[in-house]
Ligand binder design. Structure first.
Ligand code: SF4
Length: 84
C-alpha cells in the first residue's frame, strides 16, 4: 500500500513497478503504454486501466483477432482463449 502520486490523501494498492509510483483507482493508467515494459504481464495498473477503459471498437477488434484456440492435453480438449 502507498499513496497515490496525484492524490496524496488516498491509500492504494496499485503500484507501477517500472516507475515505482502508486496510482489510485481514479488514476489507473499506464504512463508508457507504447513502450515495452517487463512488468506488463503481471501489472495490476495495466489490467485495471484497460478494464476501466472498457475497450473501444478498435481494441475489441484487436482482441478478437488475437483470440487463439488452445488444445488441452492429454484429453485434447479445445478451448478458445481471448487475446492478451
Ligand atoms: S505496464 Fe505501465 S503501469 Fe505497469 S509497470 Fe509497466 S510502465 Fe508501470
Amino acid at each position: 500500500m502507498g499513496t497515490c502520486i496525484n492524490h496524496p490523501e488516498r491509500e492504494t494498492p496499485y503500484r507501477c513497478m517500472k516507475h515505482q509510483i502508486y496510482l489510485c483507482e481514479a488514476c489507473l493508467e499506464c504512463k508508457d503504454p507504447k513502450l515495452y515494459c517487463k512488468h506488463r504481464s503481471a501489472c495490476p495498473v495495466w489490467f485495471m486501466g484497460k478494464q476501466k477503459e472498457g475497450g473501444n471498437a478498435e481494441d475489441q477488434h484487436e482482441s478478437a483477432a488475437a483470440a487463439r484456440t488452445a488444445v488441452l492435453l492429454p484429453a485434447g480438449r479445445m478451448v478458445s482463449v481471448p487475446g492478451g
